[in-house]
Design a protein around this ligand. Structure first.
Ligand code: BEZ
Length: 347
């Protein structure tokens, strides 16, 4: 063999080693980088610690689902993959989390569907009023064709949509009195989470919706800056808002999902086998989380009753019919996916 042929052969072999080594890295922080080749049995699954972030407290069912994902991941990867969870917006607001997901400095986000509905129109489907009578009905739509399409649409934002998980359905907590019919909301300053469809619904009820992040809610209720809040029972119980306002009307007017996403750079850096492990672990965790959220609906309600919260059912549900129809028509005409989601939900 000539010297130049030998050199070319050597160069090609070196390049191959570099390419293979790069392919094995990324998607989570690699543990024990120096000896990672020795510490793994299979070339397709390497040691990784993934970062997950979300906005709720550690007692909230979204956090528990993230923990469950970590357990499933460790089990399915023979202990090679694990998670670090950053709750309560520790890594910043949801817009900051998106940037971190885009750059690969964060691997997973449990993002509120409310925030994500400001970035992707179809996600407003989940907020069509009075679509679901209870949380079970809402969770059944998680595996619908329309929901899967919504997750796929997220790829245009550099995100891999993995699943939807749920907090409880939304109800209304007021400082004074209950909501017997929609008229009782006229002029009330009600805290909402920012989202196009939620804003539209609340404006049409005649209330004064005030978008506000969760950490400001407790004090705003206490000081009378707002008259009430649109909230799920899990957040109400874990954030103790009943200490400031004690009249809860069970309305089930909307459901409240989180969109679970992985950043595209983190996902692309995984081998096909690792991607499968991630998907299976998340599916197992969310299956568990959905059951847990449904169980918590009843437990939270019992706990709130025991704590002396004044609880009543919405008497005149039909007083919301006209507004519901207007919201559904408006958003169905904006997005065919929303229309199809609602058709599937009615089946
Ligand atoms: C809220 O802002 O209302 C909220 C956010 C996350 C979980 C539950 C509630």
């Amino acid at each position: 063999m000539s010297l130049s042929l030998f050199r070319r052969g050597l160069f090609a072999s070196l390049m191959l080693i570099v390419v293979l080594a790069l392919g094995a890295c990324g998607g989570g922080e690699d543990k024990a980088t120096e000896d990672s080749s020795e510490s793994t049995d299979s070339a397709e699954v390497s040691e990784k610690v993934f970062k997950i972030s979300h906005v709720t407290q550690e007692s909230h069912v979204w956090h528990k689902t993230a923990e469950k994902f970590g357990e499933e991941l460790e089990k399915l990867s023979d202990g090679k993959m694990s998670v670090e969870i950053y709750p309560a917006s520790q890594l910043g607001l949801e817009q900051d989390m998106i940037q971190q997901l885009e750059t690969g400095s964060l691997d997973f986000g449990f993002l509120t569907n409310a925030y994500m509905s400001t970035r992707q129109e179809s996600l407003n489907a989940w907020f069509m009023p009075f679509t679901f009578n209870n949380l079970e009905e809402a969770t059944e739509m998680r595996t619908s064709e329309a929901a899967k399409e919504m997750l796929e649409e997220l790829s245009s934002q550099g995100l891999v949509g993995l699943d939807f998980m749920f907090a409880g359905n939304r109800h209304i907590l007021l400082n004074d009195g209950h909501v017997q019919s929609m008229d009782d909301l006229k002029g009330m300053k009600v805290r909402i989470i920012g989202s196009p469809a939620i804003q539209t619904f609340w404006e049409k009820t005649g209330a004064g919706p005030t978008a506000m992040p969760l950490p400001e809610v407790y004090t705003s209720l206490q000081t009378g800056v707002i008259d009430g809040i649109d909230i799920d029972l899990d957040a109400l119980a874990t954030e103790k808002y009943y200490e400031s306002a004690e009249n809860l009307t069970l309305t089930n007017h909307m459901t409240f999902p989180t969109v679970i996403v992985m950043g595209q750079p983190s996902y692309d850096a995984l081998s096909p086998e690792e991607q499968e492990i991630v998907k299976e672990a998340m599916d197992n965790a969310v299956e568990w989380g959905v059951e847990e959220a449904i169980k918590r609906e009843e437990e939270n309600l019992n706990e709130l009753k025991e704590l002396g919260v004044n609880i009543a059912e919405l008497e005149d549900v039909s007083s919301f019919d006209a507004v519901t129809k207007e919201v559904v028509e408006e958003y169905s005409s904006k997005s065919d996916l929303i229309k199809r989601f609602l058709e599937e939900a009615k089946k």
